[in-house]
Design a protein around this ligand. Structure first.
Ligand code: ATP
Ligand code: MG
Length: 211
């Protein structure tokens, strides 16, 4: 069983989008996976409600009885639990998720301020290390626009940070917004979603290669 927490210290970086699509990628492999919505905004939950039941987006469960209990209970029945966290590392849910998780994915937009905000996450992870020594965290460059200088410079800037950066980045693509609107993942978007889906698959491979 693996627990993947998608965390961040900024709003709108792409946490929910990544959580949904990573979960869909795992389901695509034939694994049993469930998403836990640990964000009071409940966007993941909403996303799932929007789509048809058989559209391949894994079930989304709101962490009503407390994140710890919810994740442990779901972990008994599923191969993977993906937790979508609120946009602050100070939120209780984010800290709990980092205590439970095997992997943390930290989507970061290509902006220096967003990169700097990750230092708080690295500190929390270090503080929780005695409680959760197995946690591996990866920064994921999100909403990249490869033609801009800023996006090109980001991986280099991110290399200075305390957390490793995934080689696979996520580009800004309108298909992500379309899929949210339709309650799907990019894996259900056919050809239109193929490039976005390939990026998510690459990230998934890297995630499990990391241990
Ligand atoms: N790779 C992408 N390409 C294009 N649009 C994206 C991408 N990732 C996310 N978005 C869009 O950016 C917005 C924010 O994404 P999302 O809700 O996933 O971020 P979030 O980090 O979960 O936000 P919050 O902090 O509010 O929970 C949404 O409109 C989403 O559709
Ligand atoms: Mg979100």
């Amino acid at each position: 069983m693996s627990i993947i927490a998608v965390v961040g210290n900024k709003g709108g970086t792409g946490k929910t989008t990544l959580a949904l699509n990573i979960a869909a990628a795992l389901a695509q492999r034939g694994d049993s996976v469930v998403i836990v919505d640990a964000d009071p905004q409940q966007s993941a939950y909403q996303w799932r409600l929007t789509g048809a039941d058989d559209n391949g987006v894994p079930a989304v469960v709101a962490a009503a009885m407390g994140l710890d209990k919810t994740v442990r209970a779901l972990g008994e029945a599923h191969a993977h639990v993906v937790i979508d966290c609120p946009p602050s590392i100070k939120a209780t849910q984010a800290e709990q998720a980092l205590t439970l998780a095997d992997h943390a994915l930290v989507p970061v937009q290509p902006s220096p301020m967003d990169l700097w905000a990750t230092t708080h996450i690295a500190k929390v992870i270090e503080r929780l290390r005695p409680e959760n020594p197995r946690l591996r965290a990866l920064i994921v460059m999100s909403q990249l626009e490869p033609r801009t200088t800023l996006s090109r410079l980001m991986p280099e800037a991110a290399a200075e940070l305390d957390l490793p950066v995934a080689a696979a980045g996520i580009r800004r693509r309108s298909i992500h917004r379309h899929c949210a609107l339709e309650g799907r993942s990019v894996f259900q978007a056919g050809k239109r979603g193929a490039d976005a889906a390939a990026e998510i698959q690459q990230l998934l491979t890297e995630l499990f290669d990391h241990g």
